[in-house]
Design a protein around this ligand. Structure first.
Ligand code: PEP
Length: 254
C-alpha cells in the first residue's frame, strides 16, 4: 500500500514573512493529519524558519532544487548537506522550469538524484512531455528516455540500499496553465512509468514507488485524479500558495 503524498512547490513566491504566514495557516488547518504525507517546498531563504514552525506537526519540509557537488566554488548553488541541515527531507529535482530556463538535462538530473541519495534526501524527480511531444505522439518516448537517463546507474542505491525516490509526472502543457490532464490521460502515463520502473529496477521497486501527478491540480480536480490506481498524490504549484486551496487538496486525499 503506497502512502499518498501531497507536496506544495511554492516556486519563487513568498517573502520570508509571507512564507511564515502561509505555513502558520497550513499548520492550523492540516498540521495534525497523519494519514498521508504533506510536504512544503518553499524558497531556500525561508527553510530554516519554516522548519521551526512545523516542528511537532505532521508537515514535512522539501527544497525545490539542489546542486550535485558536495561543496566548493559553485557560486549561488546549494548543497544537499545544507538542505538536510535546514530541515529538508525531500528535494524536487528536474522540475520542467529547471529544464526549460536553466538548461537542466537528464544527465544533470541523474547526478542530482545521486547527490540527494548520498545526503539522505528523498528526491522528487519530475518528468513530463511538452505539448508538441503529446501532439506528435511522442509522450511515451520522452518519458522513457527521461527515466532511463535520469535513473541511470542507481540500482545499488535503490535495490540494495533501498533508497526512496518519488516520481512526479508533470505534463509541461498542464503546468500553470489551468489545463489539467484528464484522470485517464494521467493514469495511462503513470501506469507506463510504473512499468518502466519494473524494467529499470524490479517489480518491488515499481510497486513501492510513489508517483505524483502535477499540473494545474486544484481542490475540485484532485478527487478524480487520486482515485486512479497509479496516482499516489500530487505536486501542486499555484494552488499551494493559498492555505485554503492547499488544505482542501490535502483533505480531499485523506
Ligand atoms: C508545478 O510547478 O510543479 C505545478 C504543478 O504547477 P501548477 O500546479 O501551478 O500547475
Amino acid at each position: 500500500m503506497r502512502r499518498t503524498i501531497i507536496a506544495g512547490n511554492w516556486k519563487m513566491n513568498k517573502t520570508c514573512s509571507e512564507a511564515v504566514d502561509l505555513i502558520t495557516s497550513l499548520k492550523e488547518r492540516v498540521g495534525n493529519i497523519s494519514s498521508l504525507d504533506i510536504v512544503v517546498c518553499p524558497p531556500y531563504v525561508s527553510l530554516r524558519e519554516i522548519k521551526n514552525i512545523i516542528k511537532g506537526s505532521e508537515i514535512k519540509l522539501g527544497a525545490q532544487n539542489m546542486y550535485f557537488e558536495l561543496s566548493g566554488a559553485y557560486t549561488g548553488e546549494i548543497s544537499g548537506e545544507m538542505l538536510t541541515d535546514a530541515g529538508c527531507e525531500y528535494t524536487i529535482i528536474g522540475h520542467s522550469e529547471r529544464r526549460m530556463y536553466f538548461g537542466e538535462t537528464n544527465g544533470v538530473v541523474n547526478k542530482k538524484v545521486k547527490a540527494a541519495f548520498s545526503q539522505g534526501l528523498i528526491p522528487v524527480i519530475c518528468i513530463g512531455e511538452l505539448l508538441e511531444d503529446r501532439v506528435e505522439n511522442k509522450t511515451f518516448d520522452v518519458i522513457k528516455s527521461q527515466m532511463i537517463e535520469g535513473l541511470k546507474n542507481l540500482n545499488t542505491e535503490v535495490i540494495n540500499s533501498k533508497k526512496e525516490f518519488i516520481i512526479a509526472y508533470e505534463p509541461v502543457w498542464a503546468i500553470g496553465t489551468g489545463k489539467v490532464a484528464t484522470p485517464e490521460q494521467a493514469q495511462e502515463v503513470h501506469a507506463f512509468i510504473r512499468k518502466n520502473l519494473a524494467l529499470i529496477f524490479n517489480e518491488n521497486t515499481a510497486s513501492a514507488t510513489r508517483i505524483q501527478y502535477g499540473g494545474s491540480v486544484k481542490p475540485d480536480n484532485m478527487k478524480a485524479l487520486i482515485s486512479q490506481k497509479d496516482i499516489d498524490g500530487a505536486l501542486v504549484g499555484g494552488a499551494s500558495l493559498k492555505a485554503d486551496s492547499f488544505s482542501k487538496i490535502v483533505e480531499v486525499c485523506q
